[in-house]
Write a protein that binds this ligand. Structure first.
Ligand code: ADP
Ligand code: 5GP
Length: 195
């Protein structure tokens, strides 16, 4: 049995990472899993603990850093986010591909620790469109939106560090590109779906 492959997806908040990534899980549910991160951010409406994130408080997060429980961790827009290490390694060993959807500081840590990973940066067609999407989602306050837009400009500078770049103009086209990248690198998907 082949070992799974690690995929790292980044891109500014509101660019459509969640939307495009959901398509991948739908189509390749036999062989790809999403790594559920821990965060100190509060849950948004509809988010479920253990499915979307493990929602924990700051002292608990700091304790887990000390225990070396994260593959990577970072502070983003005033909150901490981290990838639980054991879960990821276990899934890869058991032959599943694992997708991390994380911001750039964490992604750079993963690229260094696991250089065999496949990294993808998703961009919006323009800054104005990114702003429209972030506002259109309606999940953040004005203050949070402004902070995330400022952060987006900084994050874009890191795009050249990734193996692939996808412009999410049309969801279907963006997904087809992600799918192509996924199939190029995932031995387990090609075996499982005989592609
Ligand atoms: P992220 O996970 O990167 O923060 P989301 O997937 O939540 O972003 O998308 C942000 C908003 O933009 C959502 O309301 C989503 O439906 C919308 N969206 C995503 N991709 C596109 C696209 N290609 N065209 C138009 N709207 C999009
Ligand atoms: P959100 O608050 O919108 O869910 O996520 C904010 C940012 O944190 C997004 O860019 C998301 O990809 C990133 N993120 C989510 N989980 C992790 C994680 O475990 N580690 C890191 N470094 N970033 C994460």
């Amino acid at each position: 049995m082949s070992k799974g492959k690690l995929f790292v997806i980044s891109g500014p908040s509101g660019v459509g990472k969640g939307t495009v990534k959901a398509r991948l899980f739908e189509e390749f549910q036999k062989c790809v899993v999403y790594s559920v991160s821990a965060t100190t951010r509060g849950p948004r409406e509809g988010e479920v603990d253990g499915r979307d994130y493990f929602f924990i408080d700051k002292p608990e997060f700091l304790h887990r850093i000390e225990q070396d429980e994260f593959l990577e961790h970072a502070e983003f827009s005033g909150n901490y986010y981290g990838t639980p290490k054991d879960a990821v390694l276990r899934q890869l060993d058991s032959g599943k591909d694992v997708v991390l959807e994380i911001e750039v500081q964490g992604a750079l840590q993963v690229m260094e620790k696991m250089p065999e990973c496949v990294s993808v940066f998703i961009k919006a067609p323009s800054f104005e469109i990114l702003e429209q999407r972030l506002r259109g989602r309606g999940t953040e306050t004005e203050e949070v939106i402004l902070r995330r837009l400022t952060q987006a400009k900084r994050e874009l500078e890191f795009a050249p560090r990734y193996m692939y770049e996808i412009i999410n103009d049309d969801v279907e086209c963006a997904y087809l590109r992600l799918r192509e990248i996924y199939l190029t690198h995932s031995e387990v998907a090609r075996e499982a779906y005989r592609i």
